[in-house]
Ligand binder design. Structure first.
Ligand code: Z5A
Length: 225
């Protein structure tokens, strides 16, 4: 029987550097002989990606509760078809955003009461939680500047998705909700100051991953693999 894999999530506001961090950690794990499943939310399955397109399309006005339910619908698929099977098969899963995004964006950003999110989390996930959550923390001004730096002028601005069109105050609420979650669950979260140069962020990511990796190797050494 194989041992359960490990579930690592990356969180942060837009432009925090999650995509680069995920690629880096995947490389770190590969160098350690661990082939991780890299995935994202909303998305990760065919239906999840279709729901992502609905959620991001700026032409789709929607109620905050509709947004919340679509995010969890995508998550239910993702868990059933990708995350749970991978973990059960002893694989590591690296996920760009997970339920902390929901608490931050739908809770902090949109103002949905946490109790609704808690109820859906219990329903869709049961007891499953990430083993480690890396929160890439940047001030919203910097995150938005980075993200908008990629856009390339007025044409890029008109291509912004539904979330990218939100203002600085929205992203400030999202960031604060993330930090509050990190304070409430210090054993699961590592907060990484992602305003620093990329080399420093990369080193901090490796340091944050190290205990989980060491525990995994130790388990293998005791014949749990
Ligand atoms: N959403 C939600 O509302 N509720 C939920 O439950 C879930 C999601 C799961 C799509 O997510 C949207 O879904 C998201 C919230 C919502 N919308 N927002 N905002 P997404 O993850 O696909 O979207 P994103 O956060 O906008 O992705 P992003 O802008 O690509 O962010 P990132 O992955 O964190 O950043 P990056 O692409 O790695 O880096 C951005 C740029 O900054 C890039 O040019 C890098 O080269 C540069 N960068 C990164 N780090 C550095 C450092 N350290 N120095 C200098 N430059 C850097």
């Amino acid at each position: 029987m194989s041992r359960r894999g490990r579930f690592v999530t990356l969180e942060g506001i837009e432009g925090a550097g999650k995509s680069g961090a995920l690629a880096h950690l995947r490389g770190v794990l590969a160098a350690a002989g661990i082939g991780a499943v890299a995935t994202r939310e909303p998305g990760g399955t065919a239906l999840g990606e279709a729901l992502r397109a609905l959620l991001l399309d700026h032409r789709n006005g929607m109620e905050a509760d509709t947004e919340l339910l679509l995010v969890f619908a995508a998550r239910a698929e993702h868990l059933a078809r990708v995350i749970r099977p991978a973990l059960a098969a002893g694989r590591w899963v690296l996920c760009d955003r997970f339920t902390d995004s929901t608490y931050a964006y739908q809770g902090g950003g949109r103002g949905i009461p946490a109790a609704r999110i808690v109820a859906l989390e219990e329903w869709v996930q049961g007891p499953l939680r990430p083993d480690l959550t890396l929160l890439l923390d940047v001030p919203p001004e910097l995150g938005l500047a980075r993200a908008r730096g990629r856009e390339g002028g007025a044409e890029g601005a008109s291509a912004r998705d539904r979330f990218e069109r939100e203002d600085l105050a929205f992203f400030a609420r999202v960031r604060e909700a993330y930090l509050a979650r990190a304070r409430a669950e210090p054993a699961r979260f590592r907060v990484i100051d992602a305003a620093r140069p990329w080399e420093e962020v990369r080193a901090a990511l490796e340091e944050a991953l190290a205990p989980l990796l060491a525990a995994w190797r130790e388990e293998a050494g005791h014949g749990a693999a």
